[in-house]
Design a protein around this ligand. Structure first.
Ligand code: PA5
Length: 462
């Protein structure tokens, strides 16, 4: 397969948007020494075995077959697969479902789903949604896939205990056949329970953190359950990895994107990064990107322990919908954003706008065009208008949405964010900021060892 994702950055250059808002080629490429050093750091971490996501595209054929075989076996005869997980343990799988099977997948009949089960991601612990979701599903026809790297996340584990109760009440002894656990190979409460209950399990490699784990069983297993070609997905990621092998900004689009965003934040007062695909099926991908960017780059301390409060803010938008919601702000608001479009050159289906009316109206310019054409023209027009307003834009052009393309996109952003984190001199792979909230919640829920946190909250709310 050859359809490469094309990266286009002319929309950030001085020639396109003027000297005040634009960057010069010289400015961009002057970051090469910093990039070389950051690359060395990243490679040293990899060498030490700390950065596993870089190796995932090269997952062996045997491992891929193992994941797909388990997915086939466990989902045989199932009407639905319910994934319990949150953050990095959910967003990648959901992005894959929506991109490759469309966001309407679960609404489709069995024939249109080619016999594969429906695939739900519970994610949030909104009791109303979760109760409604379980009410829609048949326990004897549902495979529950519980995903947690730490094996102890309160949201996921609560849903898991509820789902276990639901399964056991209905299925008794055969409950374990309906559960797959994806977690750390050795550590954590979920691992302990899975071993004790005899669940089928798949491992998340130790050195791959949640938001970088879409190309592990975290994303691959749910994808395989609904017949996504995971081999092709990994081939796409491998193609991007190959393209980004060298640290040279002239050939490595992920590093180039990192530099452009870094330069805009550090030197031009633009800390907001908008990702705006123009198809519904990539909106969940933009959600995945948002988490990756925010959790990896937003840090209080740098790698020397200095307090820096660093981090650009990701925003996800959808064309053309958000042209009628956000675009006014992007066009005329503060000059604090870099906007990346994902342009789809072909659509998997399209429809011509017909001349349905027998009389003349102001709509006569529409018939003869297709919705896809209108979508493409709107994106072109918006890009141009933003340029005229001196707003920096970048474009990722994709030939078509398929597993190979998605593999490229996932790897592209993971690598960009990892390097960008090193440029910011923070650790892109930790998330200490979410720990305090977790501990306070444990305190409130009466977890042993967290009494201090409960007391702290009692005092605060008195
Ligand atoms: O990227 C991350 O590390 C987080 O978003 C985690 O994925 C999220 O908090 C869920 O954690 P876990 O998989 O341990 O349940």
């Amino acid at each position: 397969m050859t359809h490469e994702v094309a990266y286009e950055y002319t929309g950030v250059l001085e020639e396109a948007i003027g000297a005040e808002q634009g960057l010069t080629q010289k400015e961009i490429f002057s970051f090469q020494p910093e990039v070389d050093a950051a690359h060395q750091t990243l490679m040293a971490w990899r060498e030490r075995g700390d950065v596993g996501f870089l190796d995932l595209p090269f997952t062996s054929a045997k491992q891929i077959e193992d994941i797909t075989a388990k997915a086939r076996e466990k989902s045989r005869g199932m009407e639905a697969c319910l994934v319990l997980g949150i953050g990095g343990s959910s967003l990648g799988g959901k992005a894959l479902r929506d991109a490759l099977k469309t966001p309407l997948y679960n609404e489709m009949g069995k024939e249109n789903r080619k016999g594969y089960p429906k695939l739900y991601f519970a994610e949030n612990i909104d009791p109303e949604t979760f109760v409604a979701l379980l009410g829609m599903l048949r326990p004897d026809k549902t495979l529950v896939v519980v995903i947690s790297k730490s094996g102890g996340t309160a949201e996921t584990m609560s849903q898991f205990l509820i789902a276990m109760d639901w399964l056991t009440k209905n299925l008794g002894n055969s409950t374990a056949n309906h559960v797959v656990a994806i977690t750390d190979p050795k550590k954590g409460t979920l691992r302990e329970i899975a071993d004790k209950e005899g669940f089928e399990t798949l491992d998340i490699p130790r050195n791959v953190g949640g938001r970088f784990s879409v190309l592990t069983p975290v994303g691959l297993f749910p994808a395989a359950v609904i017949g996504i070609d995971v081999k092709s997905l990994l081939e796409g990621a491998a193609a991007m990895a190959k393209r980004c092998e060298s640290a040279d900004l002239k050939t490595n689009p992920a590093y180039l994107n990192a530099v452009i965003h870094y330069a805009y934040d550090a030197k031009k007062g633009k800390p907001l990064s908008v990702l705006m695909p123009y198809v519904d099926s990539l909106l969940s991908f933009a959600d995945w990107y948002r988490q990756l960017y925010a959790e990896s780059l937003g840090k209080r301390f740098d790698r020397d322990g200095q307090e820096v409060f660093r981090g650009p803010t990701p925003i996800r938008a959808l064309g053309t919908t958000d042209q009628h919601s956000q675009l006014q702000l992007y066009m005329e608001g503060p000059f604090n954003k870099v906007i990346t479009f994902i342009r789809t050159k072909t659509f998997r289906s399209d429809v011509k706008i017909p001349a349905s009316l027998s009389y003349k109206t102001a709509l006569d310019y529409l018939p003869g065009h297709s919705l896809g054409q209108l979508n493409g023209f709107e994106q072109m027009a918006t890009t141009h208008a933003l340029r005229k307003n001196h707003r920096p834009t970048l474009t990722l052009s994709i030939e078509k949405i398929d597993a190979f393309t998605l593999g490229q996109l996932f790897y592209f952003y993971e690598l960009q964010v990892a390097l960008q984190g090193v440029l910011y001199h923070v650790n892109p792979f930790d998330q200490p900021g979410v720990e305090l909230g977790k501990k306070l919640t444990y305190g409130l829920m009466g977890r042993k060892g967290y009494e201090e946190y409960a007391k702290e909250l009692d005092q605060a709310f008195e």
